[in-house]
Design a protein around this ligand. Structure first.
Ligand code: CA
Length: 281
């Protein structure tokens, strides 16, 4: 499908859901990589009524830096192709964020500082696309709607909290895709006023070994879920694993100990043969 057709389709879809009037393309035509440079957008810089389509990656990624006050109705990163939005500072106010959105797209959003605010439903990895959100600093706050990770068949959504804060109302991981929320030094805040239900959802459902959709340090650490007194906020953080040096060679689950758990993992592949030349027994 030609780009113009895709753009028209996008506008129709966006219009039908959000009342957004126009999709504008990130071009990096000015070469500065900065969201704040009007020369980097076509036909012009987005405001709160537009969908900002960021479909370029290095060396033409989009950067929001200190002093930038960015606006968009929808911020769509990696739609039918690859895109990278890097928030280093400043502010982004947007209705929605979609990272990795349809058509086998690959979207990456990195955040090391600043403040990002979304007013409604947002998704990391939507319908056959792959989306990754990596936060090492700054604060991302959703003021309304749900936060979807891995939405729809064939989608892969990954949220990596290595610092900073992700503050949302509701974390929705159960929509047919492959979701992962991995927490290291960052903090996940869920502001739903039912902390007991949220804690159960996180610790006993999403983080259950049969799913492993929410992990701490890639499964090596320990998740901690607490209700903040007086606010009903559920705070999810991670305790790092004990130091390990050297890592045992046959420690398949990375817990720094070789035991029956690793043996069971080994046994599940006993006699598996994947040679493609027909020489397997
Ligand atoms: Ca082990």
């Amino acid at each position: 499908m030609k780009k113009q057709s895709l753009l028209a389709l996008s506008v129709i879809l966006i219009n039908s859901f959000c009342g957004i009037t126009l999709a504008v393309d990130w071009t990096d035509g000015g070469g500065s990589h900065l969201w704040s440079d009007p020369n980097n957008w076509s036909p012009y810089m987005p405001d709160e009524m537009e969908a900002a389509l960021i479909n370029k990656t290095e060396p033409n990624q989009c950067i929001i830096n200190e002093g930038t006050d960015a606006l968009a109705g929808i911020t769509q990163v990696g739609w039918w192709t690859e895109g990278h939005l890097d928030v280093q500072g400043g502010v982004l106010n947007t209705g929605q964020i979609r990272v990795g959105s349809e058509g086998g797209g690959v979207g990456l959003m990195t955040m090391s500082g600043g403040n990002v605010t979304m007013a409604s439903d947002s998704v990391i990895g939507q319908v056959t696309a792959t989306g990754t959100l990596e936060i090492t600093g700054g604060t991302m706050t959703q003021t309304g709607g749900w936060f979807y990770v891995g939405y729809g068949a064939g989608s892969t959504g990954t949220v990596s909290l290595k610092g900073g804060t992700l503050s949302i109302f509701f974390l929705q991981l159960d929509n047919g895709g492959t979701p992962l929320v991995d927490i290291e030094a960052g903090t996940l805040i869920i502001r739903d006023p039912r902390p007991d239900d949220i804690s159960y959802q996180i610790m006993s459902y999403y983080a259950a070994p049969s799913r492993n959709w929410v992990t701490a340090y890639g499964g090596r650490g320990t998740l901690v879920c607490t209700a903040e007194p007086g606010t009903n906020y559920t705070i999810v953080t991670a305790v790092p694993p004990p130091p390990c040096d050297p890592i045992p060679l046959y420690d398949f689950n990375d817990d720094c100990e070789v035991n029956v758990v690793d043996l069971a993992m080994f046994a599940t592949e006993w006699l598996v043969c994947n040679r493609t030349d027909g020489s397997c027994p």
